[in-house]
Design a protein around this ligand. Sequence first.
Ligand code: FRU
Length: 321
Amino acid sequence: CHEKKTYRIGVSQCSQDDWRAKMNDEINREIMFHPEATVEIRSADDSNEKQISDIRYFKDNGFDIIIAAPNEADAITPIIKEVYESGTPVIIFDRNINGDSYTAYLGVDNFGIGKSAAHYGRHLIGKGGKVIEIYGLAGSTPAKERHDGFIEGATEEGISVIASAYGNWNYDDAASVCDSMFTVCKDIDLIYAHNDRMAIAASEMAKKHGLDIKVIGIDAAPEIGIKAVADSVIDATFLYPTEGYRVIRTALAILKGEPYERVSTFPISSPVDISNADILLLQNESLKEDSAKIKTLKSQVDDFWNKHSAQTSLFYAAIAI
Ligand code: FRU
């Protein structure tokens, strides 16, 4: 009887939120089709220290590959470099590290999304419009890229960013900076928030202050961002694909010595607004139904094989007597 190799994959998520929940779901679903692999997902809950210890846990426990979305590049780069240089393959996705001490990187064109948001914003408010930007976490790379892209687009379009504030990717911080900003500054045409949670917070604060401001976010996770567009809480959001399937398939290619792309940046910058939000929500409902069916089917197949192998062993036990 030959020993079957099982690959252990460790995934270190920087946060726990709607967008990551969708991605973790995709990861768990993809793994169902690869009986040769198991996955453990840990969330650092936005803490650099926790993420360092999660990554160290995977390394110390001999995981075959580590996949990570680094909370902040400066803080997480050293541990990633250490793991990579020790010979354990590392995949970085979504948020990047400094340098390229990784086996593969999978990301999305955040600069392009920022730039498209500026073009879209000009559509909403016209040339000369005034924008406030709600920034993600200062040290996480998508925030910087979404900012740079927006600034380039805004210059081309003739709209101006009059102030930026840190919302750190979360609702509460965004709500509190908007609350103070809207108290002193009322002449604002557009809020550009680096994700939907912060966009929703900005929209609610604008309402509280009696201001009529257009709001754009990023992510388009169905239950939060797309729903907020469909409910007219925000005006638009940009798709930020989660790519859980692709990350796992890349990990398995690396582990099995098959070809893979070392750096891949998904080129997407599609807006979701009132014209397509409903149809996307509908599609999401049928996707959810299909994936529930796949789960049921998988557990039925597992049950069948468990019974079958129990019967087979009984059979061999019987003929051995
Ligand atoms: C989720 C998130 C998203 C954002 C991404 C950037 O944890 O905050 O809202 O698009 O991370 O890395």
